[in-house]
Ligand binder design. Structure first.
Ligand code: 3HC
Length: 279
């Protein structure tokens, strides 16, 4: 397949790495060359790690990197069999991007958005390819996590859902199907759980380390919820809570005031050097 991945942040580059590792010609697109290069450097670092650990041979590593093409030119999407959008979470920006892609891509091309909680129907509304657009939600780190949520918008066809689920299996992952609903399955369960952990910390019920230790040892989670919040990004956690709250109109999804304060103070987790932990 020829796969066009729009957005070269953590998720976009992880997704591009997965497709390239399965032998697909993969275009990494972003609006500026340094964003594309930064995403490519993340992949190079991961590939080097795998090489050092003996998980990849030199030939496999070279083949993976050779499958990646870097671009700031949207026209590269011409001839793509699958477009995956992984840009930042803004409805209008996503709609604008899909509107442009609509005119460039061939009539059989599949369109997927990696949105973590926005409405697939709203992203697709009014586009010619509405029936061929679905949610394809990967989890961080994309090369490691086995799950992809496949989300149906109001007009997504059965054929598109089946084809996307087949693509997910063909890249060694497991699809779960979901109707669109704020946060889909994983984020609807995971992010409010993290918000509760933040609330426990803010109320002084337990320390940061004890909250994380409790969930690592008491629920077998690989990371404690506060550690995971730093890994995902404090701004992203807060944003998903807001989207779930707006979508459900249920006040129980109110983001913890501590999350608001941390975002205001620029404590965004790993990416900013400090969140609940220092990096
Ligand atoms: N990219 C690629 N591979 C990575 C990686 C990355 N960023 N980080 C770790 N890995 C690989 C390592 O190379 C290693 O591979 P190997 O077994 O072949 O050597 C393997 O993952 C395990 O890594 P480590 O030994 O360094 O570390 P851990 O065993 O602690 O695992 C972890 C790291 C996989 C991140 C694990 O802690 C974990 O599963 N954490 C929970 C992650 C999670 O819940 N993600 C979902 C977040 S929610 C989300 O993404 C949705 C969004 O919409 C918000």
């Amino acid at each position: 397949m020829k796969v066009f991945v729009a957005g070269c942040g953590t998720m976009g580059s992880g997704i591009a790495q997965v497709f390239a590792s399965f032998g697909h010609e993969t275009i990494m697109f972003d609006r500026e060359a340094d964003l594309v290069d930064r995403g490519y450097a993340l992949i190079e670092k991961q590939v080097r790690r795998q090489l050092d650990k003996g998980r990849l041979t030199q030939e496999e590593a070279e083949a993976l990197l050779a499958n990646l093409k870097r671009s700031t030119d949207l026209d590269e999407a011409k001839g793509a069999d699958l477009v995956i959008e992984a840009i930042f979470e803004d409805l209008e920006t996503k709609r604008d991007l899909f509107g442009k892609l609509d005119k460039l891509c061939h009539p059989d091309c599949l369109f997927a958005t990696n949105t973590s909680s926005l409405s697939i129907s709203k992203i697709a509304q009014g586009q010619d390819h509405e029936s061929r657009l679905a949610g394809m939600h990967f989890f961080n780190p994309a090369p490691v996590m086995k799950l992809v949520e496949v989300i149906r918008g109001a007009k997504t066809s059965d054929t598109a859902i089946d084809r996307i689920a087949d693509v997910v299996r063909a890249i060694g992952k497991e699809p779960v199907l979901c109707q669109e609903s704020p946060g889909f399955i994983v984020n609807r369960l995971l992010i409010p759980m993290i918000n509760e952990a933040v609330d426990l910390l803010a109320r002084g019920v337990a320390s940061r380390d004890d909250i994380d230790q409790a969930m690592r040892l008491g629920a077998n989670h690989p990371m404690g919820p506060l550690q995971l919040a730093d890994f995902i990004g404090i701004d992203i956690v807060r944003n998903i809570m807001e989207i779930i709250q707006e979508g459900t109109k249920d006040p129980k999804y109110q983001p913890s005031p501590l999350l608001d304060r941390m975002v205001k103070d620029g404590k965004l987790g790993r990416k900013s050097g400090e969140g609940f932990y220092k990096y």
